[in-house]
Design a protein around this ligand. Structure first.
Ligand SMILES: C[S@@+](CC[C@H](N)C(=O)[O-])C[C@H]1O[C@@H](n2cnc3c(N)ncnc32)[C@H](O)[C@@H]1O
Length: 296
């Protein structure tokens, strides 16, 4: 067994252990209960002290970290091989409220099935996590991120500095992009509790969907994190159909991870007409969305 800070196959050289647990499903005990039971047993076997995370204090240096996951009836115990947990990405120098956990962003990028030559959009890119994870996994695509917040744009530009990702300021309800120009959308829009909708979306959130449908190609797809079940109804009303849907547990909330494709109606019908006074949706080719018929 290779242990962090140890050069041999024993526990010699480590000063203690700690355990970090997570769950799927219902349980009648806390993560700290599980961590303490497993941690104390491991510490006894290894002959080193156990540090409980229950107190909230960081483990002392020189220790060895373990991960415990409980999924229904299956428990998996894993040894951390590096000082730094893999979810702490080196690129993530700056963050914003509501920023995504990088492993979830990476999973969303895999689900999006981004191919070489694709153009990928995040219309509310925040600190850029989704586009960065996608660009690391598929460097042969083009990436475009937009956000309204100056803090988010600064964070995204700093985090994506080494990568070919274009980050610009725009309202997601009025993107400076031509119709049918985007192959993949990756986004967790600002409908949650940590990040609030601003600009045009603050008063007309459905414009997010109208704009999404306008810029997507007919074969385009979107992988989104949506906080409420009603968001799916809205998506369907705007011509999308869920190809995959999964409920997650994330920071105390249970959002939906969805993979949306366009329905036949969504493919053939032009973008929804905007309400009077809401301003035109930019259209790069031919007629603007303002000319289009209103969706039911
Ligand atoms: C949940 S956060 C996105 C987090 C991002 N995925 C990350 O990992 O950092 C939502 C973002 O939407 C942005 N936002 C809010 N209203 C917007 C609008 N009308 N147009 C564009 N972005 C908007 C916020 O500034 C915030 O950065």
């Amino acid at each position: 067994m290779a242990l962090r800070h140890g050069t041999t196959t024993s526990a010699r050289g480590i000063t203690g252990i700690d355990v970090s647990a997570s769950f799927l499903g219902r349980r009648t005990f806390t993560r700290y209960d599980a961590e303490d039971v497993v941690g104390q047993a491991l510490a006894r076997r290894l002959g080193v002290p156990y540090h409980s995370r229950r107190t909230g204090t960081a483990p002392p240096p020189g220790g060895c970290g373990w991960r415990l996951t409980l999924d229904g009836t299956r428990a998996t115990l894993m040894l951390r091989l590096d000082e730094r947990p893999l979810h702490r990405r080196a690129y993530k120098q700056r963050t914003i409220p509501g920023t995504l956990h990088p492993p979830l962003a990476a999973a969303m990028a895999v689900l999006a099935d981004i191919r070489p030559g694709h153009t990928v959009l995040d219309p509310c890119c925040g600190a850029g996590t989704l586009l960065i994870e996608a660009a690391l996994a598929q460097p042969e695509a083009r990436y475009q991120g937009f956000d309204l917040s100056a803090n988010a744009l600064t964070a995204a530009r700093a985090n994506a500095a080494e990568l070919p990702i274009t980050i610009r300021r725009s309202d997601a309800a009025r993107l400076p992009l031509p119709d049918n120009s985007i192959d993949r959308v990756l986004c967790n829009p600002p409908w949650g509790t940590q990040a609030h909708a601003g600009g045009l979306l603050a008063t007309a959130p459905s414009r997010w969907w109208t704009e999404l449908r306008r810029v997507l190609t007919s074969e385009g797809t979107a992988v989104l994190l949506l906080p409420h079940r009603e968001d799916l109804t809205t998506a369907i009303r705007h011509g999308f159909t869920p190809a995959h849907m999964q409920r997650l547990r994330l920071s105390g909330a249970q959002p939906f991870l969805v993979h949306l494709t366009l329905t036949d109606a969504g493919r053939s019908r032009p973008a929804q007409q905007l309400p009077e006074g809401d301003g035109p949706v930019r259209s790069g080719r031919g007629r603007s969305s303002r000319d289009a018929p209103r969706a039911p």
